[in-house]
Every structure is written in C-alpha cells, then in structure tokens.
Design a protein around this ligand. Structure first.
Ligand code: PLP
Length: 366
C-alpha cells in the first residue's frame, strides 16, 4: 500500500533516549525512563497518578482487577469497540453486558446504559472511539446514582477533551494504549491514570507479580507481570514531549478531509460537538448510499494504493460473545459498523496525499 492506514512518527528524542538505555544497560522494567514517562504523562493529563503497563489490554485488565471485578459480576461496555474492551472483562471471569452506540458520536449511548443495570453490575467502561470523547456527564451521573465505577478506555484518545477536561481523568480510571498505531506509541505499551492513590497502589502491586512493596518476595495476592520496559518508556517519553505536535497534525489532517468531503452527501463525517475535542485517531466516514457497498468502495481505494479499515464489528456479533443472553438489539452499532470505514490518519500525512485520497474516494462512490 502506498498510503497506509496509520504509521508512527518518531521525530523527537526517542532514539537518543533508547541509546541511553542500551549504553547504560537499563533495558528491562526498571530505570529512570519509566519514572520520567509516568511523571510527565500524569503532568500532561493533569492527574495524580500514571502507571505504565505492558499494553492497553493489560491496562484495562488491571483497572478492572483494581475494582475487584470477579466471576458473577457484570460490566457494561459499548458493543461498538475494539474487542479488547470486552475481553478484559472476561479475563476477570465477569460478563460484559453490551450497550448500543449513540448515532452521532458512535460512542456508548448513556440512555442505553441504565436499562442494562442489574444487582450484579459493578461498573461501566466508556470508550472514546476513534478519538472522539464519549458523553461523560450523563455516564458519571448514572454511575454515581447506582454506585458503579467508571473506567475510561482511552486507548484511542490521548489528549482528547470533554468540556475542557482531558479524557482518561474524568472517570475513576483511564486506560491508555501505546500500540504502534495509536496517537503516541511505545511500540507495545499502556498507561493507567487515576486520582485515587489507593487504586494506583493496587494497580502497581498487581502489575509486578503482587509483591509487597515493603517486603521483598512476599506476595499477598496473585499478581501479574504486566510491566513496561525502560526502552519502551524511553520511546514514550520522546513521543510525549511532542504530543502537541502529534495532535495538531491529526487535527490538520482532519480539517483537510473535512474541507474536501463535507459537501459530499454520500458520506457522513465524524460528529463535531461543541463539548468535544476530537483527536482523530482514525478519520472515519459512513457511507450513506445504496448505490454501492462499503466493501466495494474500500476495494477500489485499495486498488488506488489507499489502505482503509472497516469500522469494528460490534463485539456482540463475535463468536465468543454471540451466544450471550443479551446479544440482540443494537441497531445503531450494527448500522455504523456496516457502513463505516477509517481513512489513513497520521501526523505527517501531506495535503497532497489527503487530496489524492479524497479524489479517489469520491470517484469510487460515484
Ligand atoms: C488499541 C485498543 C485497545 C488495546 O490496546 P493494546 O495496546 O493493543 O493492547 C483497547 N481498546 C481500544 C478501544 C483500542 O483501540
């Protein structure tokens, strides 16, 4: 493919910091870059604690474990998300209970949440899909009324804002992914943010084999090895130092897409809510015409050297989840999934490349 869907950009101090790890022999999960990365991530997010993890999925798993999620419990998750959101609930032996998407932002519909609450419900995972914040106020309101925790799956939305507040700091916990195609990356990696010191301590304990911080090789609980390496943190620090550049350029790319596509009625573009700062992880469009199928359009784009990606299948449709008792009645998520696809979105995509993609896209639909 000439134009990939995503690619990382390592144009800061990443290489210098990695070389420092290699030269000083600090290549494993101890070292100064882990602390520096966590400290600066917390500062950027304006949150009390940031804890590195091995990836975004383990960040979600640790977040749920910190709330004691266990067999018999239910956690409400949007069906329109990457499968890891629901898998993390299953890793705890608990049941993900799916909620439909909301038609404009494509995120979990707050109105769909309340109907799913049972005496077994422990919490809610809100996902900020493709970089657009979920509507957090009504979600937090429901959570407070029912005594539920809120984990924000912020894997796709580093730096996105809801009413001026960074997402990942509004719920009890934020779980970030630092995979190679995310807003910033460590190759593989994750981060958990929270203002709750007790939760942060529990997460630290669980990610390091459950070893008592005051008593070496004493393990009061069954823990995990979900640690990040110093080398990954070195890359992450270099990325974080330039996060404003990464986000500004994603916004630039999104503006260019909007300029060229907004008058084209066969496509629905991402929502523009006054309360939302979208960081455009992937610029996503819905095809609203019966003249041609979504898969036909994306096949034509592939022929033109443009990689796209279909919107995720709603998780309730996937084989491990399809049999669950409450796996019907998600018309909005199914419609978005059927008609939506992601366009190439990365910080150094040029204006000429966006123009080419839009030209090919319009030609493919006509
Ligand atoms: C990428 C992603 C994850 C998982 O992150 P990994 O770092 O790949 O484990 C979880 N949730 C969502 C919504 C994601 O996009």
């Amino acid at each position: 493919m000439r134009l990939p869907i995503a690619q990382p950009k390592l144009n800061g101090n990443e290489m210098m910091y990695v070389m420092d790890c290699l030269e000083t022999n600090w290549i494993s999960s101890k070292g100064k870059y882990i602390e520096l990365f966590e400290k600066q991530f917390a500062q950027y997010m304006n949150v009390a604690h940031a804890v590195t993890t091995s990836n975004g999925t383990t960040a979600l798993h640790l977040s749920l474990l910190a709330f004691g999620v266990a067999p018999g419990d239910e956690v409400i998750v949007p069906t329109l998300t990457f499968v890891a959101t629901a898998n993390a609930v299953r890793y705890c032996g608990a049941t993900p209970v799916f909620a439909d998407a909301e038609g404009e932002t494509w995120n979990i519909d707050p109105q769909a949440i309340e109907a799913k609450i049972t005496p077994r419900t422990k919490g809610i995972i809100a996902v900020h899909l493709y970089g657009h914040p979920a509507d957090m106020d009504p979600i937090m309101d429901i959570a407070r009324r029912y005594g539920l925790f809120v984990v924000e799956d912020t894997a796709e939305a580093h730096g996105a804002e809801y009413k001026g507040r960074k997402v990942g700091t509004i719920g009890d916990v934020g779980a970030f992914s630092l995979y190679g195609n995310k807003i910033i990356t460590t190759g593989e990696g994750g981060m958990i943010t929270t203002n709750n010191a007790a939760l942060a301590a529990k997460i630290m304990l669980l990610k390091g084999q459950g070893m008592d911080p005051e008593r070496r090789y004493w393990h009061p609980v069954i823990g995990y090895n979900y640690r990040m390496t110093n080398i990954q943190a070195a890359i992450g620090l270099g990325q974080l130092e330039k996060i404003d550049w990464h986000i500004e350029n994603r916004l630039r790319v999104a503006r260019l897409y909007r300029e060229r596509l907004s008058s084209f009625r066969e496509l629905t573009l991402p929502a523009k809510k006054p309360w939302a700062k979208n960081v455009y992880w992937l610029f996503t469009v819905l095809l609203n015409t019966d003249k041609i199928s979504r898969d036909c359009v994306t096949a034509r784009l592939a022929t033109a050297g443009i990689e796209t990606r279909p919107v995720f299948y709603p998780v309730h449709m996937l084989p491990p989840y399809v049999r669950s008792e409450r796996s019907a009645g998600f018309p909005v998520a199914e419609r978005i999934s059927r008609s939506g696809f992601n366009l190439p979105t990365y910080a150094d995509l040029t204006e000429a490349e966006v123009a080419y993609i839009c030209e090919q896209l319009i030609k493919s639909v006509k």
